[in-house]
Design a protein around this ligand. Structure first.
Ligand SMILES: [Zn+2]
Length: 159
């Protein structure tokens, strides 16, 4: 297959562990997916099967993580819910300026807002997991590295 970007070089294809920055998070690696690369222009084209299922798993990991949510995770969850900034402000009962501060990491979300967001994500997707109620017990804002693997078309966290 020719590179659709430069239309000059043949794409190479290999399985690799791919840092999935397209989701907006810097800590999610997709294990062993097919990635096409152009040796000429540097175009990179990962093949990500079942993106909806993948985003379900990432959202679940976020709403159940014990550490507080960081700014890019808040943005991910807002987009996962399919909300604009205005939708987010309306559903969180706060103003746009507040949303902007959270999403740019100017201030951390206060616990009640963070728990509300987690609940909205969880209930929207009917995720039953008690652990999310334990959210925000840790004081530090942090994000651990996550490796996701495709098993029979379903994304799971690698052990
Ligand atoms: Zn190219």
């Amino acid at each position: 297959m020719k590179c659709p970007n430069c239309e000059q070089h043949e794409l190479t294809e290999a399985r690799e562990n791919y840092l999935y920055q397209e989701c907006g998070l810097g800590n999610v690696t997709l294990a062993g997916i097919v990635v096409r690369r152009c040796p000429g222009c540097g175009n990179v084209m990962p093949r990500v099967p079942n993106i909806e299922g993948l985003h379900d798993v990432i959202a679940h990991l976020l709403v159940t993580k014990p550490e507080r949510l960081i700014a890019p995770e808040i943005v991910f969850l807002r987009k996962y819910l399919g909300w604009s900034g205005a939708d987010f402000a309306k559903n969180m009962h706060c103003d746009r300026a507040q949303i902007s501060k959270w999403e740019h990491g100017k201030v951390g979300m206060s616990k009640p807002y963070e728990l509300l967001l987690r609940e909205m994500v969880a209930s929207g997707k009917k995720i039953e997991d008690y652990q999310r109620h334990e959210a925000a017990r840790e004081k530090r804002f942090a994000s651990r590295a996550v490796v996701l693997m495709l098993e029979e078309k379903e994304w799971r966290e690698a052990a």
